[in-house]
Write a protein that binds this ligand. Structure first.
Ligand SMILES: *Cc1c(COP(=O)(O)O)cnc(C)c1O
Ligand code: SF4
Length: 335
C-alpha cells in the first residue's frame, strides 16, 4: 500500500494505480467479451488480476485473442501442471545475498526495491516468490547497503522488484541518497514496466529525481507487443530520455502474444520510434502456471533467424534464457 500524509496531495499516478481493474468480469465486460467469463478460473491462485485502466484501453474490443488481454487474463490452463515446472525457476532463493539483494553475475547486483506491480502478468516468474517479504526497502535499505559496502566489486546496481517505480519518488530518493556514499557505483539500472503500463508514473518529480542522479542510468522497460506502446507511452519515454536515461527493453517470448516474426519486428520498430532499443527477448522461465505461454526452443530459434533477416542488427533483441547457476543469461543455440 502507498501511504500519503494528509497534508500532501497524492501524485496522480498513485490514484490511477489504485483505480486499476482487479475484477476479471469487469475487464471482460468493458471489452465486450462477457462470453469468456464462463472460462475464468474459480479462484485466482493467489495472484489476482490487476491491470491499469489506461493499459486495458489499449486492448481491442471484442477480440478474445488480443495480445495485451492474453498477458493479464487468468486462464484455466494455468492449472495444467507440466513436469519440470518450478516455483522458483531462476534460482532466486539460492542467490539471495542479503535482505532484498540477489547476486548472480559479476559486478552487478539486483535489489528488490519493492514487491508491488501495477499490472499482474500471468507469465511472471515471480508469481510464487515471497517478494513482499523480501524487499530491501524494509529496514530503510540497511541490509542491502551493508552488503554493498562489503562488496566493492559491485559497480552496477539494478533496481528491480516487483516494480521499483511503484515506490514513491521520495522513497527512491532516500535510497539513492544513501547509495551516493558508495564510491564503487558506476551505473544505476532500473528494471520497470511502469512507464509502459502506467505512463503517468513518469511525472515531473520522477524526472527531476532521475536527472539529478550522479550515475549514468539505464532504464530497462518491459513491453511484449507494439500495441502496448501508445502515444502516452511515447511521451513518457521522451520525458525519460530528456532526464538523461538510456532506454532499453526486455520482452518475454509468449505463445499467441508475440511468437511471430512480423509481430516481433513491429515491436522492435515501434520501440525505436519511441526512443528505446531492444535488449533481451527472454525464453519463458519454467514457472508453474505459465506453461500455456511456452514456445519451444526450435521455434524460438527459427523466429530469431527470421528476425535477423528482416531487421538491422541494432533492432535485434538477444534471445536468452536464465539458467540457475550460470554466470550470465544464456544465449539460445540449436539443441
Ligand atoms: C538478469 C539479471 C541481471 C542482469 O543481467 P544483464 O545480463 O546484466 O542484463 C543481474 N542480476 C540478476 C540476479 C539477474 O537475474
Ligand atoms: S511487471 Fe514484471 S515483475 Fe511485475 S508481474 Fe509483470 S512481469 Fe512480473
Amino acid at each position: 500500500m502507498i501511504a500519503a500524509s494528509a497534508a500532501e496531495p497524492q501524485p496522480r499516478w498513485q490514484s490511477l494505480w489504485r483505480e486499476a481493474i482487479t475484477d476479471a468480469g469487469a475487464l471482460l465486460e468493458q471489452l465486450g467479451l462477457t462470453c469468456l467469463a464462463r472460462q475464468l478460473p474459480a479462484d485466482d491462485a493467489g495472484f489476482p488480476l490487476r491491470v491499469p485502466r489506461g493499459f486495458a484501453a489499449r486492448m481491442r474490443k471484442g477480440d478474445p485473442r488480443d495480445p495485451l488481454l492474453l498477458q493479464v487474463l487468468p486462464q484455466l490452463l494455468e492449472r495444467t501442471a507440466r513436469p519440470g515446472d518450478l516455483l522458483d525457476p531462476v534460482g532466486d532463493v539460492a542467490a539471495r545475498a542479503a535482505t532484498g539483494v540477489i547476486h548472480k553475475y559479476r559486478g552487478r547486483a539486483l535489489l528488490i526495491a519493492s514487491g508491488a506491480c501495477a499490472v499482474h502478468c500471468r507469465y511472471c516468474f515471480r508469481r510464487h516468490f515471497p517478494y513482499a517479504d523480501e524487499t530491501a526497502a524494509a529496514g530503510h535499505w540497511q541490509g542491502a547497503l551493508d552488503w554493498l559496502r562489503a562488496h566493492p566489486e559491485i559497480d552496477e546496481l539494478i533496481l528491480s522488484g516487483g516494480d521499483p517505480l511503484s515506490l514513491s519518488t521520495a522513497k527512491l530518493a532516500e535510497l539513492t541518497d544513501a547509495l551516493r556514499a558508495l564510491p564503487q557505483l558506476r551505473r544505476l539500472r532500473i528494471h520497470t514496466r511502469l512507464p509502459v503500463v502506467l505512463p503517468e508514473r513518469v511525472d515531473g518529480e520522477l524526472c527531476r529525481w532521475l536527472a539529478a542522479l550522479p550515475w549514468p542510468v539505464a532504464l530497462v522497460l518491459h513491453a511484449n507487443h507494439a500495441n502496448e506502446l501508445d502515444a502516452a507511452v511515447a511521451a513518457a519515454c521522451a520525458r525519460l530520455r530528456a532526464a538523461g536515461a538510456h532506454l532499453l527493453n526486455q520482452s518475454v517470448l509468449l505463445r499467441h502474444v508475440n511468437d511471430d516474426a512480423a509481430i516481433l519486428a513491429a515491436l522492435s520498430a515501434r520501440l525505436f520510434a519511441v526512443g528505446v532499443l531492444p535488449y533481451y527477448l527472454h525464453q519463458l522461465d519454467r514457472v508453474r502456471g505459465a506453461g500455456h505461454f511456452a514456445v519451444g526452443d526450435a521455434r524460438a530459434l527459427a523466429l530469431a533467424a527470421e528476425l535477423r533477416a528482416r531487421l538491422p542488427g541494432y533492432l535485434l533483441p538477444r534471445l536468452v534464457r536464465e539458467e540457475p547457476g550460470a554466470p550470465s543469461k544464456t544465449a539460445l543455440c540449436t539443441p
